[in-house]
Ligand binder design. Structure first.
Ligand code: C2O
Length: 572
């Protein structure tokens, strides 16, 4: 409710400021109205799991405020950093047409907003509607600095499904009792893997299965017979998760902010950064039912949190405090459950699925173990076989430069990156079954800030191939600045002779969970100039270098050219 009132205030405010901003609007794709938001990055003390700590938030809300807008709206968000760490905010899934400067990943499109500084993000939601999320894109701050973006269709345009009685956002998260910025530093310095989260959370609440959390539970009250739209968002850090509701079916109608053909299932899986809109009808006996969030862990020998986070889906008239039926979550390694949901995702209205390809890329994704070079191996080489953990694309671990790639590119400053990211792996081998992490195999990657330049308008295909170096694993790969069609996926090594592609109604997504020990093929047209990060959305893999950058060149004329940077772009 507080959210709604705040957004109404902003709507009124925006009417006032609208006239003033007309002149700025003229140079952008024509939008609907303009929405203004004021984000203050602030610390706040919270008590969870019998532990009190300071967390970083936006406007002292956890999860943060919802950004409400309508398709084609212009959104202006002033972010003021009132805490000691660096900050940036990324608008995950927003395509940032001609507004790369407002994308938000630190050292990719901007330097961080330093303590006490302000940066105003501005973008237009060109032909976008549905559920997305915003999150911090510095260190591991995303753990508590995240929130929903809800974009309604234009006035008078209905949803392509039964109008729900009510809508709710469900944000899946992971919670640490330790300071997450220090935690990232400590984990990277150790050379080993991260500790599991202390709890999974649903809208910030761990639920009754955790210590001291009997009353720290999220709840939706439902009217028998009514249909609800749940906007499910994963803001988890290092885990992929299943979600299910006891005795209730979920009908997926949208994935990553794009409508899908309705698909009914008992459970869904979301990797970090993914969003799913599902319809749920309260068609069961009056009572209290669990909404459960549990782990999906596809890698071998990784410790993870295994306690289900529970929220309540509670019918009006249910006996208060009645026992909730448990949600039917698959087991943590149920790859088939994941595939079944993937198989069910089909675009409702696919437009322009690229049929011809101009640029073909083959990119391996996976983990590495580097040789220990520390004088203090006990402290710094806690990875497999006494090495240091790393992660890579085409065996290159991405190192973030000291100024943003976008600034270096735009101002033509040499020395911060090289444009030699290879379009195919440096070596071909049995990616899935070869190079297990045992001597004498070489499990090392090379470090570099290597990017790939794409021509404006190129129709691009990327085959993402999981590797078994260290362990195979499902990796949620995210591309900034674009959605892409997921035209194919499968297990094992990609083989063009046997791969089956769907060019008719593939889902249009911004994160693809590349199957464990398998591959996925994505296609997009490079029609948005700028510098676009592509990375694994498991934060530890990002820390270890599982990323690369596409630079999409300008095309012709103002509508195909990245505008100049905003005056308040943070300095490094
Ligand atoms: Cu949602 Cu680069 O991230």
């Amino acid at each position: 409710m507080a959210n709604l009132i705040t957004s109404f205030k902003y709507i009124c405010l925006s009417l006032l400021i609208y006239a003033h901003s007309m002149y700025v609007m003229a140079q952008w794709p024509r939008g609907g109205s303009t929405r203004f938001y004021d984000f203050k990055v602030q610390t706040m003390s919270v008590t969870k799991l019998c532990n009190t700590k300071e967390i970083v938030t936006i406007n002292k809300m956890f999860p943060g405020p919802v950004v409400y807008a309508q398709e084609d709206d212009r959104v202006i968000i002033k972010v003021t950093n009132e805490m000691p760490h660096n900050a940036t905010i990324h608008w995950h899934g927003v395509r940032q047409m001609l507004s790369c400067w407002s994308d938000g990943p630190s050292y990719i499109t901007q330097c961080p907003i330093q303590a006490g500084q302000t940066f105003t993000y501005e973008f237009t939601l060109v032909q976008q509607k549905g559920t997305l999320l915003w999150h911090a894109h510095v260190s591991w701050l995303r753990a508590t600095v995240h929130g929903a973006i809800v974009i309604y269709p234009k006035a008078g345009v209905p949803y392509p499904f039964k109008y729900p009685y009510e809508e709710h956002t469900i944000i899946l998260g992971e919670y640490w009792m330790r300071d997450v910025v220090q935690l990232e530093q400590a984990v990277v310095a150790s050379g080993g893997g991260p500790p599991p989260a202390d709890a999974f959370t649903i809208n910030g609440h761990p639920g009754p299965n955790y210590n001291c959390s009997n009353n720290d539970v999220y709840k939706i009250d439902v009217v028998p017979g009514k249909t609800y739209l749940l906007r499910i968002i994963s803001a988890a850090l290092n885990m992929e998760n299943f979600f299910a509701i006891a005795n209730h079916k979920l009908t997926i109608v949208e994935a990553d902010g794009e409508y899908t053909k309705p698909f009914t299932t008992d459970r869904v899986m979301l990797g970090p950064g993914q969003t799913l809109n599902v319809l749920v009808t309260a068609d069961q006996k009056i009572g209290r039912y669990s909404m459960g969030m549990g782990p999906y862990m596809s890698a071998r020998n990784i410790p993870f949190q295994n306690i289900t986070s529970v929220a309540y889906f509670q019918y009006w008239g249910a006996i208060p405090n009645s026992v909730a039926l448990p949600a039917p979550l698959p087991s943590f390694n149920d790859n088939l459950a994941v595939k079944t949901v993937m198989d069910g995702l089909k675009s409702l209205n696919p437009i322009n699925v690229p049929k011809e390809i101009d640029t073909n890329l083959f990119i391996t994704i996976g983990l590495n173990v580097q040789e220990c070079r520390s004088e203090n191996p006990q402290q710094n080489c806690q990875g497999a076989n006494g090495g240091v953990m790393a992660a890579s694309m085409n065996n290159i671990s991405f190192i973030r430069p000291k100024i943003s790639v976008l600034q270096a590119y735009y101002k033509k400053i040499n020395g911060y990156y090289t444009d030699d990211f290879p379009g195919v792996p440096l070596q071909f081998y049995d990616f899935v079954n070869g190079a297990p992490n045992t001597p004498p195999n070489n499990t090392q990657s090379v470090n570099g800030t290597r990017i790939k330049v794409l021509e404006y308008g190129a129709r691009v295909q990327v085959i993402l191939q999981d590797t078994g170096t260290v362990s195979t694993e499902n990796h949620p790969i995210h591309l900034h600045g674009y959605s892409f069609y997921v035209v194919g996926y499968g297990t094992g090594n990609y083989n063009p002779q046997t791969a089956h592609f769907n060019l008719v109604d593939p889902p249009y997504m911004n994160v693809i969970g590349v199957p464990v020990g398998g591959w996925a093929a994505i296609r997009f047209t490079a029609d948005n100039p700028g510098v676009w990060f592509m990375h694994c959305h498991l934060e530890i893999h990002l820390s270890w270098g599982l990323s690369t950058v596409f630079i999409v060149k300008n095309g012709q004329g103002a509508l195909e050219t990245l505008p100049h940077p905003p005056a308040d772009l943070p300095r490094c």
